[in-house]
Design a protein. Structure first.
Length: 235
């Protein structure tokens, strides 16, 4: 009998699954970012805070960009679940407005951490460029949630154009002083109306749409000079 007890006592504790470990890593990263910033935060510190072995962290989220991608995907799922069947027959602009505001609702509890992360990213161009990919993936999912096509040239243009709108509007949201987000809503509505007008002007020309897509991508990634962008648009 005692041998059985000793055997059970020595049985190694089962480790949490990878899904739970990823959630712990994301939570730890956001907590640490809020208290001490993002730029100098190491994966070893995040893993220690999350109580996840460093080897497991390497496999699950090998770098801080992977942490941001996991967080974005978590918010994407939350918004998609929230908006399931909610868009109905509203105009496209209204559908997208509702989806983006739902995203801000989901992000609201994490605003202090996001302030710290987004405040540090511009000082690290490599990290900033790496963070663009998960950001654009999230924008694509938000467009899909609003029942807006993201395929082909015009779809790619739409993703990048909305990415620019979201990036600009996000700065307003970060400075909001009230949970009713009145300033954010007013700014987002204005930007979407302006973009809708520009998209209508470009809709008749695939060539024009391609040029706008390249221009939007260049502005978003902050790559190249205005002279190079103009040269590409003329081709």
């Amino acid at each position: 009998m005692s041998d059985d007890i000793d055997s059970k006592a020595r049985k190694p504790r089962k480790k949490p699954g990878k899904v739970k470990q990823k959630a712990h890593l994301v939570k730890a990263a956001l907590t640490l970012a809020q208290s001490r910033g993002w730029r100098d935060l190491s994966m070893a510190e995040i893993a220690a805070k999350a109580k996840v072995p460093l080897a497991d962290a390497l496999e699950i989220t090998p770098n801080k960009t992977a942490i941001l991608r996991a967080f974005s995907q978590h918010i994407d799922v939350q918004v998609l679940n929230e908006m399931e069947g909610e868009t109905g027959d509203e105009p496209a602009r209204d559908r997208l407005f509702d989806v983006l505001m739902s995203r801000y609702d989901a992000l609201w509890p994490h605003r202090p951490a996001l302030r710290a992360i987004l405040g540090d990213l511009p000082s690290d161009p490599g990290a900033l460029l790496a963070a663009l990919s998960p950001a654009l993936e999230s924008v694509k999912w938000m467009l899909e949630a609003a029942d807006l096509d993201t395929s082909g040239v015009r779809g790619a243009l739409r993703v990048r154009a909305v990415g620019l709108i979201y990036a600009a509007n996000l700065r307003v949201w970060l400075q909001e002083d009230s949970e009713d987000m009145a300033k954010t809503m007013a700014d987002l509505d204005r930007r979407l109306r302006r973009a809708e007008s520009l998209m209508e002007q470009a809709a008749g020309s695939v060539e024009t749409a391609s040029g706008l897509m390249r221009s939007a991508l260049g502005a978003l990634a902050n790559l190249g000079s205005s002279r190079q962008a103009a040269a590409e648009a003329d081709e």
